[in-house]
Design a protein around this ligand. Structure first.
Ligand code: FAD
Length: 656
């Protein structure tokens, strides 16, 4: 009753109701703090799961703001977006309504590691995201800065842990909740840096969160400090694009969302990007002015894979670095120079820019800047993203030491789902490393922690041949629907149709078998003469690079024509054919480990010096300290990868 009174007293003045006329509830199942990429996914997911949810954020007009690059996706990150989409998350669908240049990265490699990526219209993304969030049933949005958490006293006879039961806003108002998700990004004690000047801010134009950072520290959370930065923005009309390399978008565009066959704008109407490079004069300006650049001198760690121009010049002197000139939007007059993140004083930034080819007359509209902020050691959270210290308190996004919109969105959706399940006393929804990149991300964070901004790469996933962007729906949609309740009926039906069509298509392709001469117009001469007498299945023919479902259906119209008509189905069948043999091998490996779970490991194994077995030093150390008794026990040590387990298993078997 007390809670009801407080909420009633304080919510109505600033609240935005997700369902228009719905009366305001005095107590929320889930409160999400922060309307960035983690917070929007968390709030929408909790609401989709059936929880009455409140999104509390500084400003409604910054919900969905892209703080840095105007793009989504990329290598590894595109996989995360497909997985978020498979769980009915928002970012992929919103990108497909706002993308202005679609390009798949890593095309020269296999489809398992293709990186779906697009330049996004920054304003359109924000508008579309706000529309989606403000129209989500069960979701209420309120402006406000959260300053403190309301906790129950620990109950020593039960868990001995605090439990969160609400939040206090900076104006003293309170909101009660059964679960709370914190997604405050770079705002915890955030400080902005340009040259030698610093001032407190979460990002340009936004106040930092200081009180909340103090609360978390007081509660005993281990806090670290990280930094990142953003490039200056340049006036489009001041750039001489005519002398630069132009990159055109893909045609056709590959949408991010499984629910879309096309994107909102045709490839021929999309915008180009341009490429230029730094030069020795840029290096000189950076090196001559290091004394004026305190962000660079700071010992806090910055993003290794998205470094500032200063870090690149210091680490790789005398090299020319790429600068991609990316559009900020369809009608935007701004260009984002990707690769030129910098914290020199503003006048030196302009001097540096104008040394670069094509930018000789460039007008800088906003200087680049750095931001330094608190993050929480992610080993303090469980795989469901709930904190070990405080029950029902969840952390997601950059607060956990990651960098990037996609990493934030992936954690956000998981935190939102789990916060909702927790309220309903249901088991947590956890994705394993063998099921998805989301599992890899959360497992890495919660078991290994991080001391530099963590970003996703395909190389972090051991089972990347099966964790492909094309099959994320098959891996996650059904679990999301049945176990979490976060997936709509429409998506479930679409995924079910695709799954059964794929299974049927593969079995038909396996059943069609002809001698090689039948396929002679499709596959290279050399392959035919080698295997002349061997019959070939249509599935094997589809593995050849030059063959696709269309050409295969021309050779055998019945029954294949039907599978070549839907572009997505045809492409997915081709990918399935490509990976059939390797995946079979990988599944055998998984079964091998399961079969030999009980195999005993020799007690005198010296893991640190062990030769003839391929194990990283990190894995050796873990095995050395834990001294597992069996292969099964070794496989459960956090950070000991499945690939390492296979190698160890085979080694032990040969020595017995
Ligand atoms: P954010 O998107 O930062 O959202 C946090 C939200 O929480 C905001 O809406 C804020 O208003 C709200 N909030 C914070 N505190 C409170 C509070 N107490 N009460 C209520 N609301 C609160 N990523 C890259 O991959 N590459 C880069 O080069 C890169 N450079 C960056 C440069 C800068 C200057 C910044 C700021 C970020 C950069 N990023 C970069 C990171 C990227 O923007 C984030 O990874 C991503 O936005 C994180 O999403 P999030 O939801 O965790 O946090």
């Amino acid at each position: 009753r007390v809670a009801a009174f407080l909420i009633k007293q304080h919510l109505p003045s600033a609240g935005f109701s997700g369902d228009g006329a719905a009366p305001r509830t005095p107590h929320f199942d889930v409160v999400v703090i922060g309307g960035g990429h983690a917070g929007t996914e968390a709030a929408a997911a909790a609401a989709r799961c059936g929880s009455r949810t409140l999104l509390l954020t500084h400003r409604v007009d910054t919900i969905g703001q892209m703080s840095c690059n105007p793009s989504f996706g990329g290598i590894g990150k595109g996989h995360l977006m497909r997985e978020v989409d498979a769980l009915d998350g928002l970012c992929s669908r919103i990108c497909d309504q706002s993308g202005v240049h679609y390009k798949v990265l890593n095309r020269r490699k296999g489809p398992a590691v293709w990186g779906l990526r697009a330049q996004i219209d920054r304003n359109l993304y924000k508008q579309n995201m706000q529309k989606e969030i403000l129209n989500t049933p069960l979701l209420t949005v309120q402006e406000g800065a959260v300053e403190d958490l309301i906790l129950t006293e620990p109950e020593p006879e039960r868990t001995g842990k605090y439990r969160v039961c609400g939040v206090v806003l900076v104006d003293g108002n309170t909101v009660y909740a059964d679960s709370v998700v914190l997604t405050t990004g770079t705002f915890l004690r955030g400080v902005i840096v340009i040259g030698l000047e610093t001032h407190p801010a979460g990002r340009l134009g936004d106040q930092p969160s200081v009180g909340l950072a103090q609360t978390l520290e007081k509660l005993g959370f281990v806090v670290g400090r990280l930094k990142t930065g953003t490039p200056p923005r340049i006036a489009k009309e001041s750039i001489n694009f005519s002398i630069l390399n132009k990159q055109t978008p893909d045609n056709p565009s590959i949408p991010f969302s499984f629910m879309n066959e096309t994107v909102w704008i045709k490839p021929e109407d999309q915008l180009p990007c341009h490429l230029t490079h730094t030069n020795p004069r840029v290096d000189e300006i950076v090196l001559e002015n290091l004394h004026l650049n305190c962000h660079v001198k700071e010992t806090t760690r910055g993003p290794r894979y998205c470094p500032s121009i200063e870090s690149k010049v210091l680490r790789f002197p005398n090299r020319l670095h790429q600068v991609w000139l990316e559009p900020e939007g369809m009608d935007s007059d701004l260009i984002y120079p990707q690769g030129l993140s910098v914290t020199l004083p503003a006048e030196l930034q302009e001097k540096m820019i104008t040394c670069i080819r094509g930018l000789e007359k460039a007008k800088m509209i906003q200087p680049g800047y750095g931001v330094q902020y608190d993050y929480l050691d992610p080993r303090q959270i469980t795989p469901s993203l709930e904190t070990h210290l405080v029950q029902r308190l969840f952390f997601a996004g950059q607060i956990n030491g990651t960098t990037g919109y996609e990493e934030a969105a992936a954690q956000g959706i998981m935190a939102g789902i789990n916060a909702s399940l927790r309220v309903r006393c249901k088991p947590p929804f956890v994705i394993s490393r063998t099921e998805g990149y989301i599992g890899v991300l959360i497992d890495d964070l919660t078991t290994l922690g991080t001391n530099e901004p963590y970003r996703m790469f395909t190389s972090r996933a051991e089972f990347r041949l099966s964790l492909r962007p094309d099959n994320a729906d098959n891996r996650l949609t059904f679990r999301g629907y049945k176990e979490a309740g976060c997936v709509s009926q429409q998506r479930y039906e679409r995924a079910s149709w695709m799954k059964s069509s794929l299974e049927e298509g593969i079995s038909v392709l396996k059943s069609i078998e002809f001698s090689s001469s039948k396929w002679k117009n499709l596959i290279p001469e050399a392959s035919i003469s080698i295997g002349k007498s061997v019959p070939l299945r249509a599935l094997d023919v589809l593995k050849y690079e030059e063959v696709d479902m269309k050409s295969l259906a021309k050779a055998v119209p019945e029954p294949l024509k039907k599978y070549s008509k839907c572009r997505e189905l045809a492409e997915r069948l081709k990918i399935e054919a490509t990976y059939e043999a390797v995946l079979f091998h990988q599944q055998q490996e998984m079964k091998e480990v399961q079969r030999d779970e009980a195999l005993r490991l020799p007690e005198d194994l010296d893991y640190l010096t062990l030769r003839d077995v391929s194990l990283s030093y990190e894995v050796r150390e873990k095995l050395h300290f834990s001294r597992p008794q069996t292969i099964g026990a070794a496989s459960r040590i956090p950070g000991v990868t499945p690939a390492a387990i296979i190698n160890l298993l085979r080694f032990v078997k040969t020595t017995q």
